[in-house]
Design a protein around this ligand. Structure first.
Ligand code: F6P
Length: 321
């Protein structure tokens, strides 16, 4: 193998740059030319490709976003788009490809691999919704960001004796809500994995108030509903002064925490090693602190195992407040 490509795809995540850097470093170590494909699969279709140099990856380890940019390409999902991507890979003599992204990006990676472009997936998404790996790159950073926000919000909620409901990202996965909620001492966590009827949630917040707890923080996964709607529901049922807060993209940006930088470095390096070993169509990840790899088809659509014990510990203890 002489030439490999690397792209980032889907939603950006803190740590993507660390992974790009690792792919480049390991590529150089293995005497490969490393091509950067800009704007994800769209860049592959359009030939937005050039060889990376040391300057491209210098001083990027700690930076959020992705120097390769990213995109969600609708065209790539069409037969014509896939065909154009394949012929571009051929035109640039790409013999191996590293795709850094989430589940949707892995589906594209599998298609390319099946059509003859040896491909490896590196899990990059804040959602932590890929069940074959304990952690995805960026998740820990997003949890830290939200945890800090919870404390800021709690200060102002307390000053007004209000309830704050914070809606966090994660698509259908409640991991960001669970982890940030626990770390931020949330009084209630709402996740899709363990649905809590809003009626019961409103009643619990009302009882808290009756018992003298004037301020509560609710962390709500976007998969469990909209914070604005929940707040309106609680306000109507109980008369509580409740505010909805949606931190949105702040949780996707920012400098990656050390854990994400290290995980990204390990996974980026392993992805290139696999290509050099002739092991294609695989996804790298981490299980019980070991770097693992599994076939892409086993990584796709595999739901995350939700930590119900942690969830019930947090919600039950507080229900007895
Ligand atoms: O998958 C990452 C993610 O940030 C989700 O948590 C969120 O639902 C979605 O992407 C937002 O997507 P977009 O960047 O297209 O608005």
């Amino acid at each position: 193998m002489r030439k490999i490509g690397v792209l980032t795809s889907g939603g950006d995540t803190p740590g993507m740059n660390s992974a790009i850097r690792a792919v480049f470093k390991e590529g150089v170590r293995q005497n490969l030319n490393v091509l950067g494909i800009f704007h994800g699969y769209r860049g592959l279709i359009e030939g937005n490709i050039r060889e990376l140099t040391h300057a491209d990856v210098e001083n990027i380890m700690h930076k959020g976003g992705t120097v390769l940019r990213t995109a969600r390409s609708e065209e790539f999902k069409t037969d014509d788009g896939l065909k154009r991507a394949l012929s571009m890979a051929k035109a640039y003599s790409i013999e191996g490809l590293v795709v850094i992204g989430g589940d949707g990006s892995y589906r594209g990676a599998k298609l390319l691999n099946d059509m003859g472009v040896p491909t490896i997936g590196v899990p990059g998404t804040i959602d932590n919704d890929m069940g074959y790996t304990d952690y995805t790159i960026g998740f820990n950073t997003a949890v830290n960001t939200i945890t800090n926000e919870i404390y800021n919000i709690r200060d102002t909620m307390r000053a007004h004796d209000r309830v704050g409901v914070i809606e966090v990202m994660g698509r259908y996965c409640g991991d960001i809500a669970l982890w940030a909620g626990v770390a931020g001492g949330a009084d209630m966590i709402l996740v899709p994995e363990c649905p809590l009827p809003w009626e019961d949630a409103a009643q619990t917040l009302y009882e808290y108030r009756l018992r003298g707890k004037l301020t509560s923080i609710v962390v709500m996964a976007e998969g469990a509903g909209k914070a604005e709607e929940f707040a309106a529901f609680v306000r109507e049922k109980t008369g509580i002064d409740i505010k909805a807060i949606v931190p949105g993209y702040t949780q996707r940006g920012g400098n990656p925490v050390a854990y994400d930088r290290i995980l990204a470095s390990q996974l980026g390096q392993r992805a290139v090693e696999l290509l050099c070993e002739g092991q294609f169509g695989r996804a790298v990840g981490t299980k019980r602190n070991q770097i693992i790899d599994v076939p892409l088809e086993d990584a796709i659509g595999r739901l995350d195992s939700f930590d119900e014990k942690l969830y019930y510990f947090n919600n039950n203890v507080l229900a007895k407040f």
